[in-house]
Design a protein around this ligand. Structure first.
Ligand code: NI
Length: 167
């Protein structure tokens, strides 16, 4: 098993639409194990392929109920509304109150290619939507309101350039 460096804001792989997984083999199994180890080391509750530079449609998670994974997911249903202080390992140490549907259901396959369905409310629903977004090259910043997003992007760009922020 191995811990990978996590790609952060500004890395183009985070804005890339990931490709479906086509080969269900030992390498995929190892990738998922490594992703889980990387997620636990961070620590985080979810991690998607692009976050370690693998532009494939796979994510892992653990919202406190044990590890899980999902390959080639489709977001098939959402409902309700829930505000949550959402963060992302690729935009470290920042949280924004973001409103999204509370419930989400995702259909895809497991690492052995068998059908897999995941669903849940609140934290589970949020994690599913957040990780699914990563596979389409979408960061949580895209889910902010227009003004908030502008401020967040400005701060992150300044930070990336090493420019001190005004007090
Ligand atoms: Ni994230």
């Amino acid at each position: 098993m191995a811990v990978f460096p996590i790609r952060t804001f500004g890395d183009p792989v985070l804005n890339t639409v990931a490709q479906p997984v086509e080969t269900f083999d030992a390498a995929l199994e190892r990738l998922i194990e490594d992703m889980l180890e990387t997620m636990y080391a961070a620590p985080g509750v979810g991690l998607a392929g692009p976050q370690i530079g693998i532009a494939r449609r796979v994510f892992v998670y653990d919202i406190g109920e044990g590890p899980g994974h999902m390959v080639n997911p489709e977001l098939v249903e959402t409902s309700g509304e829930w505000e949550f202080d959402e963060g992302c390992l690729s935009v470290p140490e920042r949280f924004w109150p973001i409103v999204r549907p509370s419930y989400a259901r995702i259909e895809g396959v497991a690492m052995d290619g068998s059908p897999l369905e995941l669903e849940g409310d609140e934290l589970m629903g949020r994690m599913l939507q957040h990780e699914f977004d990563h596979l389409d090259g979408t960061l949580l910043l895209e889910r902010l309101g227009k003004r908030e997003r502008k401020t967040a992007l400005r701060d992150l760009r300044r930070e990336a350039l090493g420019i001190a922020l005004p007090e």
